[in-house]
Design a protein around this ligand. Structure first.
Ligand code: FES
Ligand code: FES
Length: 174
């Protein structure tokens, strides 16, 4: 049995038929070949599969693809597509914030093997979207659901602190 699916992914309209019960992570990786979203635990613990759906971060390994029906979804591949547009597509993180977070991860060496990085970046964007100037404790608390097997946590926290500082300045300037 199949289910019909219609949604926007990285700003592009997608219409598809998926096997009933297909998980969102499998739809993204296997059907759309958007392999920037990673999978490890498959039970909602590690944060690798984090994507943005309708402006909120979700674990795509826990969610049936049909739950995203009618939605606006963004994956790690979406930044360039968002930045290439004059407007911010519905449900997208602010491209300036997204880019600030990515650049801060690179500058602070907040990645080693990089497997957890797409999920870390998505979650950090989700945090700074809601809280422009989080404390270190708030960052640690919010990011507790994103695991890094390379255990680069200090650099990840530093990267988010730097991004928060820059994002705060961006807001102060408006
Ligand atoms: S793969 Fe989804 S939370 Fe770990
Ligand atoms: S950088 Fe390797 S798992 Fe996090």
């Amino acid at each position: 049995m199949t289910e019909s699916l219609e949604l926007h992914v990285n700003g592009e309209r997608i219409v598809a038929e998926v096997e009933a019960g297909t998980l969102l992570i499998d739809f993204l990786r296997k059907e759309l070949h958007l392999t920037g979203t990673k999978e490890a635990c498959s039970i909602g613990i590690c944060g690798l599969c984090t994507v943005f759906l309708n402006g909120k971060t979700v674990s795509s390994c826990l969610m049936p693809a049909v739950f995203a029906n009618g939605g606006h979804l963004f994956t790690a591949e979406g930044l360039q597509a968002v930045m290439d547009r004059d407007d911010v597509p519905e449900g997208a993180p602010d491209p300036k914030l997204w880019r600030i977070v990515q650049e801060s991860f690179v500058e602070c060496e907040g990645l080693q093997c990089g497997i957890c990085t797409p999920g870390q970046v998505m979650s950090a964007v989700g945090l700074l979207k809601e809280n422009h100037r989080p404390t270190v404790d708030e960052i640690r608390h919010f990011m507790a659901g994103n695991l890094c097997r390379c255990t680069g946590y200090q650099s990840i926290i530093r990267a988010i602190e730097l991004a928060a500082e820059r994002w705060g300045q961006e807001h102060a300037a408006v």
